[in-house]
Design a binder for this molecule. Structure first.
Ligand code: GDP
Length: 184
């Protein structure tokens, strides 16, 4: 936490379970294949990475460590939870959260915790249903509807966004969300 940039300006944090495609998505929306490291081994990104997106680093993207990777020890998982918690509860420049989920495995326990946290703390959160290319169009629609219903049950406002780094669905919409939040 002490190594983070000064807590001023605007920060948007990206969170999600390991292997949700978070690093690939960051590379896609920034048009930079080398920005966030991607790997086929889930759980490799264990640090909090900050990317300055303007000259004076007043607008930043924060890549939070992926959670829920089964193969790591309980202690390490706890440590990740602690880091995410520390970040969320202290960062005043946080303007919004992008929650990335594999469309085939949406709304797991940790995802729900983040959604509830954002609501309680009035931090905007965008739900992204990633890897949309893995399902047929009709299954994507079905999945969106199911997630919408579950979000409604949580009194969460805001529509989930289907996304894919392969087919590029959702890229423009996600960029628009980021631009809007950075303007606030
Ligand atoms: P992270 O652990 O959440 O950062 O996930 P990565 O970005 O490293 O991606 C995990 C795996 O999912 C890799 O094998 C990626 O190639 C794959 N992946 C990421 N995004 C997509 C996508 O939009 N579609 C498909 N089919 N695979 C993806």
């Amino acid at each position: 936490m002490k190594d983070l940039p000064i807590d001023e300006g605007s920060e948007i944090a990206f969170c999600g379970r390991s292997n949700s495609g978070k690093s690939t998505l960051l590379n896609t929306i920034t048009n930079n294949k080398k920005l966030a490291k991607t790997s086929k081994t889930p759980g490799r990104t264990q640090t909090l990475n900050v990317f300055c997106i303007d000259e004076f680093c007043q607008k930043r993207i924060v890549d939070l460590p992926g959670y829920g990777f089964a193969k790591v020890s309980k202690n390490l998982r706890k440590e990740w939870g602690y880091i995410i918690n520390q970040y969320l509860s202290s960062r005043l420049s946080l303007k919004g959260l992008i929650l990335i989920m594999d469309i085939r495995q949406a709304l797991k326990e940790s995802d729900l915790m983040l959604i509830k946290w954002s609501k309680k703390n009035y931090i905007p959160l965008k739900v992204v249903l990633n890897k949309g290319d893995k399902l047929s169009k009709s299954k994507v629609i079905k999945e969106i509807k199911s997630v919408e219903k579950k979000l409604e049950d949580l009194s969460f406002e805001g529509k989930p966004l289907p996304f894919s780094s392969k087919s590029l669905m959702g890229v423009d919409e996600l960029r628009e969300t980021l631009n809007n939040w950075f303007k606030i």
